[in-house]
Ligand binder design. Structure first.
Ligand code: ADP
Ligand code: MG
Length: 399
């Protein structure tokens, strides 16, 4: 981050500061934000700018509107209400995103005031990174701050394009996310244990490949383990499997052996006769998966082996649940791994990925972790070694 300016170096007093945040939070039918993690994560940056006496203009997307104008279902109104509570001050939600009416609202702001622009994806030029749209956004402000790590892997007008036209800075959340994840990759305390699960090998192969170059131990669970078990020559019944990826999984097994990375795969699994909470289940060793059953969790022997490896780690990175943790009969593997990570208080423990974070929250273990990334796709792309457009844009124009 050395070549990216921090908001700590910004003299924001009296300035109009356009801040891209990631307020893409879940909202229930009554218009209540059901998980305000992403709002809270942006508070250090927002409060710093308020305290500095900046005029804070916030912009975010929420969901996937058509991009043809205002849609009530995707309005930021519920976000604005929750944010007012969190900040303890009134904020103004604009109807327009750019143009004279917004400029008028901004001109009326006092130092320390906060304005939230409506859902930036109400205009389809946002996702197209349209230069004129980015320019019009920039015209609202004197300075740009990006604190939206969760959308840093997108090159949109408000995440990247606008940085062409304004002095640009990274907010605290952006800095923390990038510093934690790159620090883990570049200079982990060892042993470094990476745990990968979730549904598909095809989704995660680049992450597996990248972590193979960094980690000492690689633990595989979740739906994708069955493609690995196929590569080991086992039959996996009706489990989730990707036939086109068996060869690639075999190459990963070979790569681990060549590099001296300890690759841990399941030795037993929980199988079910169908994908349902009330399915018939059994625990079997991986050489005895019935043809008409599917594996929906790692088994207890596997969980014990994984927990022991995690207990010996100095750095843990975890992405992807070990099983279908959303259903009670298949949550034990994910819970055992979550507990093992939580119990290793000597290690740096970093959780990334939407469903893995949901699992940790479900088990009430979030507080025991060192760091929980707010970016699913963005953290995966960073771990894969890909440049994030939202970060690169700050690099180019850093003041
Ligand atoms: P993350 O969001 O943490 O990156 P993924 O999106 O890759 O994780 O995968 C999460 C999903 O994988 C969960 O909904 C979970 O139910 C599913 N899953 C885990 N294990 C299995 C399995 N054995 N069979 C089918 N789906 C699974
Ligand atoms: Mg997911």
């Amino acid at each position: 981050m050395a070549d990216i300016a921090s908001i700590d170096s910004l003299d924001a007093a009296g300035k109009k500061v356009l801040v891209r945040v990631d307020f893409n939070a879940p909202v229930d039918g009554e218009g209540n934000v059901t998980d305000d993690t992403r709002l809270r994560a942006a508070l250090p940056t927002i409060n710093k700018l308020i305290n500095d006496g900046a005029k804070v203009i916030l912009t975010s997307h929420r969901g996937r509107p058509a991009g043809t104008g205002y849609e009530e279902a995707f309005s930021l109104a519920p976000i604005a209400r929750r944010l007012q509570e969190l900040l303890g001050r009134d904020i103004v939600l604009t109807r327009d995103l750019i143009g004279p009416d917004v400029a008028e609202v901004v001109d009326a702001m006092g130092d320390g005031d906060v304005v939230l622009l409506e859902n930036i994806r109400f205009d389809k030029r946002e996702k197209k990174n349209d230069p004129e749209f980015a320019r019009a956004l920039a015209d609202l402000a004197d300075v740009y701050v990006n604190d939206a790590f969760g959308t840093a892997h997108r090159a949109h007008a408000s995440t990247a394009g606008v940085a062409e036209y304004l002095p640009s800075y990274a907010g605290y959340l952006m800095q923390k996310e990038v510093a934690t994840l790159t620090g883990m990759l570049d200079n982990p305390r060892r042993p470094f244990v990476a745990i990968l699960g979730g549904s598909k090998v095809s989704d995660k192969i680049k992450v597996i490949d990248a972590l193979m170059d960094k980690a000492d131990v690689l633990i595989i669970g979740g739906g994708m383990c069955f493609t690995f078990l196929l590569a080991q020559g086992y039959s996996v019944g009706t489990s989730l499997k990707e036939d086109d990826w068996v060869e690639r999984a075999g190459q990963m097994i070979q790569k681990a052996a060549d590099k001296g990375v300890k690759l841990l795969l399941p030795v037993d699994v929980v199988v079910a006769d169908r994908f349902a909470e009330d399915a018939e289940t059994a625990t079997v060793t991986v050489d005895a998966i019935p043809d008409d059953m599917m594996g929906l969790d790692i088994g207890p022997d596997t969980a014990a082996i994984y927990a022991e490896a995690i207990g010996g780690a100095a750095t843990v990175f975890w992405n992807g649940p070990m099983g279908v943790f959303e259903m009670k009969p298949f949550e034990a593997g994910t819970l055992a791994v979550a507990n093992a990570v939580a119990e290793n208080q000597d290690a740096d423990t970093i959780i990334g990925g939407g469903d893995s974070v949901a699992a940790v929250n479900k088990f009430n273990l979030a507080d025991a972790m060192t760091f929980i990334s707010t970016g699913g796709g963005a953290s995966m792309e960073l771990v894969q070694g890909e440049a994030l457009p939202g970060v690169e844009a700050l690099r180019v124009t850093a003041a």
